[in-house]
Design a binder for this molecule. Structure first.
Ligand code: GRF
Length: 208
């Protein structure tokens, strides 16, 4: 399957997915990297590995970057079948959501629907989790709709919140689970092992 990954930051989820495709444990190829931050670590990884890179959205101060329609056209030109958001901070345009129904995944560093939505990104999520007194946090993979973090939940992993946790330590604990969770979800996606319950909830089928 042909995959596009969208990143805005360090890109550790992108890297773990890319490694899995190169190793062959995920039956897919990352054919395109989309970023709003051409200098971010994720974009650098794409350049280092010869993965084509495009900028979306257009930065205010620059002529570089695609419009929503150009983004959809570019994804189609590259034959992209699935889109993986991996620490991409911009909202996804309606044009793209309509062009790729049930084909766009995101990862979020909390147990959604808790601690999601606009403003809940990066360390802010973990700071809020610790302040709430929640004893567990985790990571969520969900399909993407027009809003932040509200699409259908596909998979989750849980981590404990420790009594003396810091946002940084909790972030690290969640991030290492994110890498495993995202790779497993993409593996299932590429193998056609996702089914949809009548009420619209997506489920991962095991291999046998
Ligand atoms: C992850 O915590 C992800 O859940 C969130 O942004 C972070 C991205 O990390 N959406 P990385 O760029 O994949 O290292």
């Amino acid at each position: 399957k042909k995959l596009a990954v969208f990143v805005s930051g360090g890109g550790s989820n992108f890297r773990s997915i890319h490694v899995a495709t190169v190793r062959g444990s995920v039956n897919g190829d990352v054919v395109l990297l989309v970023t709003d931050k051409p200098d971010c670590g994720g974009a650098q990884h794409a350049r280092d590995h010869g993965i084509p890179l495009v900028i979306y959205p257009k930065a205010k101060s620059s002529s570089e970057g695609l419009s929503p329609d150009e983004l959809v056209t570019t994804l189609r030109e590259f034959g992209v079948e699935f889109i993986l958001l991996a620490g991409y901070l911009k909202l996804i345009p309606t044009e793209l959501i309509q062009a790729y129904p049930r084909s766009i995944l995101n990862i979020h560093p909390s147990l959604l629907p808790a601690f999601g939505g606009k403003g809940f990104y990066g360390l802010r999520v973990h700071t809020a989790v610790i302040a709430s007194g929640a004893r567990y946090s985790g990571a969520t993979i969900h399909f993407v709709d027009e809003h932040y973090d509200t699409g259908r939940i596909l998979a989750q992993r849980v981590v404990p919140v420790l009594a003396d946790d810091t946002p940084e330590r909790l972030a690290g604990r969640v991030l290492s689970e994110e890498h495993k969770l995202y790779t497993q979800a993409v593996e299932a996606l590429c193998e056609g092992r996702i089914s949809w319950r009548d009420d619209g909830v997506p489920l991962i089928q095991s291999r046998d």
